[in-house]
Write a protein that binds this ligand. Sequence first.
Ligand code: PLP
Length: 429
Amino acid sequence: MTASKNPETLVLHGGHRHDATTGSVAVPIYQTTSYQFRDTDHAENLFALRELGNIYTRIMNPTTDVLEQRVTALEGGAAGLAVASGQSATTFCILNLCKAGDNFVTSTDLYGGTWNLFANTLKDMGIEARFVDPSDPENFRRATDDRTRCYYAETLPNPKLNVFPIKEVADIGREIGVPLIVDNTSAPVICRPLDHGAAVVMYSTTKFIGGHGTSIGGLVVDGGNFDWEAQGDRFPTLNQPDPSYHGAVWTEAVKPLGPIAYILRMRVILLRDVGAAMSPFNAFQFIQGMETLPLRMRAHCDNAVQVAKFLSGHPKVTNVIHPSRQDGEPRRRADAYLSGGYGSLVGFELEGGKEAGRKFIDALELFYHVANIGDARSLAIHPATTTHSQLDPEEQAATGVSDGYVRLSVGIEHVDDIIADLSQALDKA
Ligand code: PLP
């Protein structure tokens, strides 16, 4: 394990030097369901959490463990947990703290799938998501009560691409005793939310961390920086005896292990029971992707700035959405929380509305028309007819999607080719 704090080094060396048995330098894919116990004492100690070790791949795996350690090192956190998708990561982040009757306060600026999860599926489970406008951080305080278990937000949410006021909201939460959970999917390397006071960071690793559009996955990093015991009543899942693990109190149980109550409970309760495990093969793919993450982010960010500039000068484009084109408070937040670039996502609005949006997308030749972001290749989508089509018009407006809005995830191809494709497609829009 490297002592470096530099992302370029951590993504290559974090969590793995070579395989202890074979010397393999590449992280081996441990494609196994289970692990031979040394003897019955060993098995008993593992199940009782007196010793940490491999039991069953639904709850841990040595390949996945390297990915967890690597992302944790990159974020400066205490421990991580990989899961089957970004959606399962978000679900676990909330279910780890909330039971029926509880609530959490969330930014309105969310990925459409997260919005649906919060507004419908969690609601059906008796958990209330209180949606607030993040342009005023105090909205989070106003929506908080005794049953509020956490705050939730995305660092660089598309489509609005207004960077979330991480420190402002984290500070309010720390004053009241409420942790901030940040979805950093679109800003790995360029933002470390834990440095700004967030308690938990989550990713859809499907995007930039994987970077090659091959695998679905999610990851949660526990910052280890939140005092769950200080307000025991607010966090019963971590402070009260857990009947499903012979009465364990997670904040007590982790004392010999470090400040990892949140993530340990997520692993041994939620992952154990719900079973949304990442496959070892996907973990391997994400480890491969991570090796070039800082390089790719730099190229994505540089290209996106140039694309935003090109679009701003185009007569058919009425509005370009990218932090590099913002001013005022949104720009201040972008500069405060992002370093090394403004991300690869660029939004723009076409003068001709929905019809022009369709024509533009259909005319693209280099860009792929897909429901994804963060691939090395350039991607485009028309959210009003796809990712955000399950939201009603009011919800679409609240998340910042208009009829003529097009979202680009600018790839790492040569920028001249990216701009040439946009230019010819705009001619046909
Ligand atoms: N969070 C953000 C910001 C996303 O963009 C996505 C997917 O688009 C998700 C979470 C969900 O991730 P997954 O598709 O891996 O379930």
